[in-house]
Ligand binder design. Structure first.
Ligand SMILES: Nc1ncnc2c1ncn2[C@@H]1O[C@H](COP(=O)(O)OP(=O)(O)O)[C@@H](O)[C@H]1O
Ligand SMILES: [Mg+2]
Length: 394
């Protein structure tokens, strides 16, 4: 196993804008690192430069202390676990796993047998060793592909959107399986996805990219609670964070429906601006009549609810509002960067399923204003981002 250190990695295809623009990222030995971002942000290109399938334009790729820029994929000894598993259909599970060892001269049959059986044991494939890939489930096939990587003692596993072609249920199962195996094997892993659920649930840390540049590298929790900018805040979370126009008026912020005090840590910075974008997660609103409202600090307000979605275990209320041009054009730009639909100017509120809030009626709500983020419209910078890690989440 090995750590992977990327230093100022650049990839330029021809005369185009660089696909990867100077990324520096350290993946620790045994760490599970996720690369995530919208389509075209350079995730696959970066992964292919790690494994050696793509030439590095400039920068240093250092694996286990060795600079590998000029080394072939074979010399780097990393395992790319492909989307389509790349198993040999005419070989059984045993021979599929044994394959890389058969290619290696001087490995005895006994050694191969021992390695294959050990890997099969770890991957819970022992009873399937005689089967052909066609008679395996998707999850079992993925494990065979991992078994092949294990027997050749690869320094790291690399995945490029391995679950993107599966239906939602299987994707959920496979996700848990990959997480479990990675923990069990403790092997350094870099996993590319554009799916924020995978990003949040699989990795130790997540590196979020936009247009070839790293935005933030942090634990899932820190990304969620302490985003560095509007892009990160909008990418992570489902339903997404609400973005509201916030006019600075003395020590207060005027939002649609409600005026709240400026959180003290951002007061100085906020006063440099007339208009900010407030970011508030759906769960930081509560129904004023629910027990949760009495024990949470917040600001009461009422607003007209347009639509309510009741899902059994959760409930969402939608509240439309008007945004000034400066804010709505910034949010349109953000939607484009996030590869999404144009954002409607509405607040999404996550309510207790027992809440009696009704469609077409006015609702009494409490906003936990202290949990809001404040973004500068021109730059997207989060004025409440703190460099010393996530809030304690209380
Ligand atoms: N072989 C190539 N030649 C030219 N441009 C490429 C090539 N591969 C990728 N790109 C461009 O580099 C950018 C990043 O692509 P990619 O790494 O595949 O993104 P992602 O995996 O995040 O969707 C895109 O703009 C893409 O069009
Ligand atoms: Mg890709």
């Amino acid at each position: 196993m090995a750590d992977i250190a990327m230093k100022n990695i650049v990839k330029q295809y021809g005369d185009n804008d660089p696909a990867v623009r100077g990324i520096s990222l350290d993946v620790a030995d045994g760490e599970f690192m996720i690369l995530v971002g919208p389509s075209g942000c350079g995730k696959s290109t970066l992964l292919r430069m790690i494994v050696g399938l793509e030439e590095i334009t400039s920068g240093d790729m250092v694996i286990g202390g060795d600079r590998v820029n000029d080394k072939s994929p074979r010399e780097r000894n990393l395992a790319m676990v492909f989307q389509n598993y790349a198993l040999y259909p005419h070989l059984n599970v045993y021979e599929n796993i044994a394959f890389p060892l058969r290619l290696r001269k001087g490995t005895s049959d006994e050694e191969i047998d021992k390695a294959v059986k050990e890997a099969a044991e770890t991957l819970e494939l022992t009873e399937f060793l005689e089967r052909k890939p066609a008679n395996l489930s998707g999850g079992q096939r993925q494990r065979v592909a991992m078994g092949r990587a294990i027997v050749r003692d690869a320094k790291a596993f690399l995945f490029d959107e391995p679950l993107s072609n599966l239906d939602a249920k299987l994707r959920g199962q496979m996700r848990t399986e990959i997480a479990r195996l990675q923990r069990k094997l403790g092997i350094t892993t870099v996993y590319v996805t554009h799916d924020q659920t995978e990003a949040m649930t699989l990795g130790d840390r997540v590196a979020l990219l936009k247009k070839g540049e790293l935005q933030q590298v942090a634990t899932p929790r820190e990304l969620y609670e302490n985003p560095v900018n509007l892009f990160v805040a909008g990418f992570i979370g489902s339903p997404p964070m609400n973005f509201l126009p916030a006019r600075v008026k003395g020590d207060e912020l005027e939002l649609p429906f409600v005026t709240v005090p400026i959180p003290s840590d951002a007061a100085e910075a906020a006063k440099q601006h007339e208009l900010l974008i407030a970011g508030i997660r759906p769960e930081h609103f509560v129904d004023a009549s629910s027990p949760a409202a009495s024990d949470s600090e917040g600001t009461r307000f009422s607003a007209d609810v347009d639509v309510v979605e009741w899902l059994g275990n959760e409930q969402y209320a939608y509240i439309p509002f008007d945004a000034p041009q400066e804010v709505s054009s910034k949010l349109d730009e953000l939607a484009k960067e996030l590869d999404g639909e144009k954002m409607r100017s509405q607040i999404v509120v996550s309510l207790d399923p027992a809440s009696r809030v009704r469609e077409g009626e006015s609702a009494e709500l409490v906003m936990k204003a202290d949990r809001m983020h404040l973004f500068v419209p021109e730059t997207g910078e989060n004025l409440r981002h703190s460099d010393d890690g996530a809030s304690d989440g209380s």
